[in-house]
Design a protein around this ligand. Structure first.
Ligand SMILES: C[S@@+](CC[C@H](N)C(=O)[O-])C[C@H]1O[C@@H](n2cnc3c(N)ncnc32)[C@H](O)[C@@H]1O
Length: 306
């Protein structure tokens, strides 16, 4: 078993454009519907009006920026920023295809160094699932504060991966504290799978950009960066799982820095272990009653009036 070679690009574009949905159009559509929902909520939090200037930091495919232009009317001007050149190129093509490229400016930059965007020039900074990957989140928020006009707003949505890391850590603890003869063999396989995608020790969690924070830290980070009127909502939603196919499950990965399950199994499982894992997990994934739980933190804040 081996994972399909991916198209050219970097880890970010490979995941966003290919690995996230493993080339499956049904899963891609279902995932897109979820992402559209998060984006609508972020844009509601930004309270956009026509004529404003905003930034979509870590724009990826440009979904948030393009939806913002659609919502606020053509007069909105948007900076689309990302560290990934292939994604910025993709976003530019999307803007051209929709005839709104003249409303857009593109900047390849990390979230904490938005050189090229002037101080106090924007009405809002929006971002969706980007801070999670930025090691110094306060530095990025300080940069958002710098580019906002007094009274300008940030609105963001970030996934909370800490629980996944804690689950990986808990499985490790079970393995370390159970006599080998008493241990269900699936436990070791579950651990290899989870530990390849999430940190599984205290030390690794502390060092991880994606798992070292919870929703409770985000308001503190925003305050440390100088923001006022900080508001956070944690949404925990359960819904029928959109992952219905074992094949898609094998080839997809839950975030850009995680290897797909197929690679983990190829590199870390024996033939017998692969068979046991699939025999146990395929019915769980393909169960029509399967449910997903998701945690999303939505934060809004304002740069105080001078
Ligand atoms: C999960 S994707 C989200 C993309 C987009 N915001 C969306 O909602 O569809 C994460 C994005 O963050 C970008 N990214 C990762 N690290 C970044 C950093 N340090 N600064 C800016 N962007 C970053 C990636 O290139 C990718 O486009």
């Amino acid at each position: 078993m081996s994972s399909e070679p991916l198209a050219a690009g970097d880890v970010w574009s490979q995941w966003l454009l290919h690995r996230r949905h493993a080339g499956d159009p049904h899963y891609e559509q279902a995932m897109r519907a979820l992402v559209d929902r998060y984006i609508e909520r972020v844009l509601e939090g930004a309270q956009l009006t026509a004529g404003q200037s905003i930034a979509d930091v870590g724009t990826g495919e440009g979904l948030l920026a393009l939806r913002a232009i659609e919502r606020a009317g053509g007069a909105l001007r948007v900076w689309l920023t990302d560290i990934s050149a292939p994604l910025l190129e993709h976003a530019r093509e999307q803007a051209l295809a929709r005839g709104v490229a003249d409303r857009c400016a593109f900047l390849q930059a990390p979230a904490d160094r938005l050189d090229g965007i002037a101080d106090a020039s924007l009405d809002a900074v929006c971002t969706r699932s980007v801070l999670a990957y930025v090691p110094d989140k306060v530095a990025a928020l300080r940069e958002f504060h710098r580019v906002l006009k007094p009274g300008g707003r940030i609105s963001l949505a970030e996934p909370v991966f800490l629980d996944e890391a804690v689950a990986a850590q808990a499985i490790r603890t079970v393995i370390e504290t159970t006599a080998p003869a008493a241990l269900n063999p699936m436990m070791r396989l579950l651990h290899r799978w989870k530990a390849a995608q999430y940190p599984d020790t205290e030390e690794k969690i502390r060092a991880s950009a994606i798992a070292s924070y919870s929703e409770r830290d985000l308001p503190r980070f925003a305050q440390a960066a100088g923001f006022a009127d900080v508001h956070l909502e944690l949404h925990i939603d359960t819904y029928p799982s959109i992952m219905r196919s074992w094949e898609v499950f094998l080839e997809s990965a839950p975030h850009p820095l995680a290897p797909p399950l197929s690679r983990i199994m190829a590199e870390q499982f024996s033939v017998e272990e692969r068979e046991l894992f699939e025999r146990t997990m395929r019915p769980v994934i393909e169960d029509p009653g399967a449910v997903s739980t998701e945690r999303m933190a939505y934060l809004t804040a304002r740069r105080a009036l001078a």
